[in-house]
Ligand binder design. Structure first.
Ligand SMILES: [Zn+2]
Length: 480
């Protein structure tokens, strides 16, 4: 299996540290608001990575943290904690806000068929581990104190910035030019960051005593402490969005490697941005969508999953409602294909030629995935299989044996795609009487007899539990 490694910026053959096992850490949500579809892009692509590793026979231990304290507004080194600020706005406790959005996040990833992590550690429940790590860094002389907290002197870590492909000086210049982060007073370098922040007197929630003073942890130290607790000081793969490269992940490496003296992570996996109508998502533009927003507009969650799979994780992807409509229609046509395979009754053995073709496409699908998770390439092979079989179906050539083989391969694809192919196969066929009623209703609509059309729709729903929808592509139906 080949993977692009941000560290070193090359495609490499993946090799795990322990034979047959993979330690996988994915940076989780900051639970102060709903995750948007850009965040979901990252989580879905990480899920593809995990599923591909599992398919290849690895036992994966997956850890995803929950940041319920320490992430400041605008990622600046001063300013308010995101969760605490939202708590003030909602007149709730910080814990209530954090638990509410954590549950909302878990609901979202389940609806997108993302396999749940094995461990989801919360930052507020790992303060001791973070303090122990800070202590190690302090003893080794990496830390200094300013008015707002305890900071890490990045100039002391020789390889600082290695993940970005820039030198320490270049990275400092880059961050200064961006000037996107406000810095605390007294910092030695623009890249320095807080490992521990002092709490204000009036702050009562989510603050802890420590030998450095009363306060709370910085965001970066959380991921270092929690990943090493559950995966060890040296582990296989660490994931996140590309926006994590220059600061968050760069700082995680600096902390972890300075503390342990060991290489922290072998492979760094980063997912590119999702834009909306070719613009960056921003609250001020009103183009920040959550999964629930799409569901409220009538889209099934898996339409978003299919859309996200259709682009390679290292390319920027652009979201439009037109593209989402296409994804939904494609998904419907795949389900229809599966049902028509299932309906094949023709007896007879499987011919060699179609068998070879199916084997070829089956293999090509996984070859594409093993080539740096090329999901668009994998999907191309699946659609080639669907096209090939659909043609043979229309010619009446498909035997039951061939249909079963095609179904088996489609279900194998779905181990990675996670698009509920199994459920589509279980769905009942449309009863003949209902098909007739639908035809009758179409006729009534053509004659502009909408009263009659409506009565038929109601009858179908009440008697058979089937919901009829009129769409641009014609009539669609599903069981209630
Ligand atoms: Zn993280």
């Amino acid at each position: 299996m080949k993977l692009y490694n941000t560290l070193g910026r090359k495609i490499q053959t993946f090799r795990s540290i322990k034979n047959g096992e993979v330690g996988l850490y994915t940076c989780g949500p900051t639970v102060y608001w709903f995750a948007h579809i850009g965040n979901m892009r990252t989580y879905v692509q990480e899920d593809v990575l995990k599923r591909t590793l599992i398919y290849n026979g690895y036992k994966v231990k997956h850890v995803m943290n929950i940041t319920d304290v320490g992430h400041l507004v605008g990622d600046s080194s001063i300013g308010e904690d995101k969760v605490k600020l939202e708590a003030r706005k909602e007149h709730k406790s910080a814990y209530d806000v954090a638990r509410f959005y954590e549950q909302a996040f878990i609901n979202d990833i389940k609806r997108l068929n993302i396999i749940m992590p094995d461990v989801m550690p919360r930052a507020t429940e790992h303060i001791n581990e973070m303090l122990a790590l800070i202590k190690k860094l302090d003893e080794k002389g990496y830390l200094y104190k300013v008015e707002t907290g305890i900071y890490y002197d990045t100039s002391k870590f020789k390889k600082y910035g290695e993940l970005t492909g820039m030198t320490f000086e270049q990275l400092n210049k880059y961050l200064k030019a961006g000037a996107r982060v406000e810095r605390a007073a007294g910092l030695r370098n623009i890249t320095d960051f807080a490992v521990w922040r002092f709490a204000k007197e009036e702050e009562k929630e989510m603050v802890w005593d420590s030998e450095w003073g009363r306060g709370f942890p910085g965001w970066h130290i959380e991921c270092s402490a929690m990943s090493m607790k559950y995966l060890g000081e040296h582990f296989d793969i660490h994931c996140g969005g590309v926006d994590h490269i220059p600061i968050h992940h760069t700082n995680e490496i600096a902390q972890s490697e300075a503390a342990t003296g060991k290489k922290f992570v072998n492979y760094w996996f980063h997912v590119a941005f999702l834009t909306v109508n070719n613009m960056k998502m921003a609250k001020s533009l009103g183009n920040v969508y959550t999964l629930q927003d799409l569901i409220d507009k009538g889209y099934p969650p898996l339409a978003l999953r299919y859309f996200l799979l259709s682009s390679h994780y290292r390319s920027q992807q652009n979201f439009t409602f037109e593209a989402l409509d296409n994804a939904r229609n494609t998904l419907d046509s795949i389900y229809a294909f599966l049902r028509s395979l299932k309906a094949v009754q023709k007896e007879g053995s499987l011919e060699k030629e179609p068998s070879d073709e199916l084997d070829k496409l089956h293999k090509a699908f996984f070859d594409e995935l093993n080539n740096d998770l090329n999901t668009p390439g994998a999907l191309r092979n699946m659609h080639a299989l669907i096209g090939y079989e659909n043609k043979r179906l229309s010619e009446g050539k498909v035997t039951k044996e061939e249909a079963n083989k095609a179904i088996e391969i489609m279900l194998d694809f779905d181990k990675i795609l996670g698009l509920d192919f199994e459920k589509a196969l279980e769905e009942k066929e449309l009863p003949e009487e209902v098909a007739k009623l639908i035809q009758e209703r179409e006729l009534a609509r053509k004659e502009k007899n909408f009263e009659r059309a409506d009565a038929i729709r109601k009858e179908i729903e009440e008697k058979y539990g089937i919901v009829i929808e009129d769409t641009k592509e014609g009539v669609k139906w599903h069981y209630k």
